[in-house]
Design a protein around this ligand. Structure first.
Ligand SMILES: Nc1nc2c(c(=O)[nH]1)N[C@H]1C(S)=C(S)[C@@H](COP(=O)(O)O)O[C@H]1N2
Ligand SMILES: [Mo]
Length: 428
């Protein structure tokens, strides 16, 4: 058992640590009074930059304006990048996951937004891009991007999640990102799809809108007309700036709360129809074979889900004492009503605090103060949405859906904390 000795060393051997503890006590900070604030970097290495010295970076002026026309993260954050699975052929069918365990709040920075595409990312000149609207409409129309931007705009914060997040049969990975990194959340700006459809005029019998992308996959999905006349939107901006190419520049469909695949990127065509298209992505893919031999298709909504992102797999608790448990929860059906957290392997649950804002079909941040006693523990979170739906355990999910299931895995995901503080995937 080396841990207690290590901890003692950390607490007592660095003047920086003592300074922080005293400083914390001075302002009454409960967390710092537990005596483990600060990194494990040895104080000797950096002594010249530590209090009471004036650090090196205060002795000469900094880089004026940082001399970058487009800002980038600190070089010290260079490891916070998309998680691109090495065992996947990153050619036409590619994915890059959001590093959930490294992010705070509910908004995913654009450079870290997850990406998933079936025919590569096209390079589209917005001046040459057109959106065609035809089928069961009074006036078939072709819009330029300028036309689209002349419509009244709206902005909403919505999550987007791939329904293969994670698949059941794949190895589950180590980190929160490996497991459920195919979810992100942004403020989207664009135009209400309803407005655009009204411009063309819907004819009787219009029941579906078939959306097609301008990528080499010409990815196509059928959206029920009710959703198109509700909160669906055509988005051209994400978090204030134009969409990233990976997210569908210059125009994408957003169907809030529906599985990621239906949010067609590089949107070029909306065909209003009486029937769905039964395209590849809504038949052979994204449809779930059930134990009784039937197929569960057109599931649309992503059910309630949550994950603890801190502490989570790949991280390490440096010492017993205070730790904030923090994570994200979401539901395609609406708002997150409650998140329960268990720190005793599911024996008992406590209600976590929800960080405002709690928005419809957006990520919601939850947190729970926790005192880790230094003993092995299993921690997990369980989301409940405003419809009363409770996030299931993996066993509960598999009992209903059987073995052939691939998509729509919204199971509770537990993390195991070992005596040395290492956090690992408890289901692996
Ligand atoms: N045109 C087109 N749209 C697409 C895809 C695609 O390959 N082509 N991928 C879909 C899938 S499977 C998902 S999960 C989401 C991912 O959106 P993102 O890359 O912006 O995160 O886009 C969907 N829209
Ligand atoms: Mo997806």
């Amino acid at each position: 058992m080396t841990r207690p000795t290590d901890i003692d060393k950390n607490v007592t051997s660095t003047s920086r640590r003592r300074f922080l503890i005293e400083g914390g006590a001075l302002v009454g900070g409960a967390a710092v009074a537990t005596g483990f604030v600060g990194s494990k970097a040895s104080a000797a290495e950096n002594a010249g930059n530590l209090p009471p010295n004036v650090p090196q970076w205060m002795k000469t002026p900094g880089d004026p304006l940082g001399s970058q026309p487009y800002g980038t993260p600190s070089t010290f954050e260079k490891n916070v990048v998309k998680n691109i699975p090495k065992d996947l052929k990153q050619y036409l069918s590619a994915s890059g996951r959001t590093p959930l365990q490294d992010l705070d709040g509910i908004i995913t920075p654009n450079g870290l937004f997850y990406e998933r595409h079936h025919g590569g990312v096209p390079t589209i000149d917005p001046a040459q891009h057109r959106l065609m609207l035809h089928g069961l409409v009074d006036r078939p129309l072709i819009f330029t991007m300028d036309d689209i931007r002349r419509f009244p705009s709206e902005s909403h914060i919505y999550f987007l999640e791939c329904s293969g997040n994670p698949e059941y049969k794949k190895p589950y990975g180590k980190t929160a990102s490996d497991l459920v990194g195919l979810v992100s959340c942004a403020e989207w700006t664009g135009v209400s799809l309803k407005l655009v459809l009204q411009e063309a005029g819907l004819q009787p019998g219009a029941k579906w809108v078939v959306a097609e992308g301008a990528d080499s996959a010409a990815m196509t999905r059928s959206i029920p007309i009710e959703k198109c006349l509700d909160d669906a939107m055509l988005a051209y901006s994400q978090n204030g700036e134009r969409l990233r190419p990976q997210q569908g520049y210059p125009l994408r469909l957003l169907v809030p709360g529906f599985e990621g695949n239906m949010n067609v990127k590089w949107l070029r065509r909306l065909h209003v129809a009486a029937e769905p298209a039964y395209s590849r992505e809504e038949t052979s893919k994204y449809t779930d074979p059930m134990p009784d031999g039937t197929a569960r298709e057109f599931t649309f909504y992503m059910e309630a889900k949550s994950i603890i992102t801190r502490p989570s797999g790949g991280q390490r608790l440096t010492a017993p004492g205070f730790h904030e448990i923090s994570g994200i929860a979401w539901s395609g059906r609406g708002k997150v009503r409650r998140v329960d957290v268990s720190v005793d392997d599911g024996k008992s649950w406590q209600v976590a605090q929800l960080q405002e804002p709690v928005l419809t079909r957006a990520l919601t941040r939850f947190r729970l103060p926790w005192h880790w006693d230094g003993k092995p523990a299993v921690i997990q979170s369980r989301a409940v949405d405003e419809t009363g739906y409770v996030q299931p355990t993996l066993a509960e999910l598999l009992a209903v859906r059987g073995d052939n299931y691939v998509y729509h895995n919204n199971a509770i995901w537990p993390w195991r904390i070992a005596e040395d503080g290492e956090v690992t995937n408890a289901n692996a």
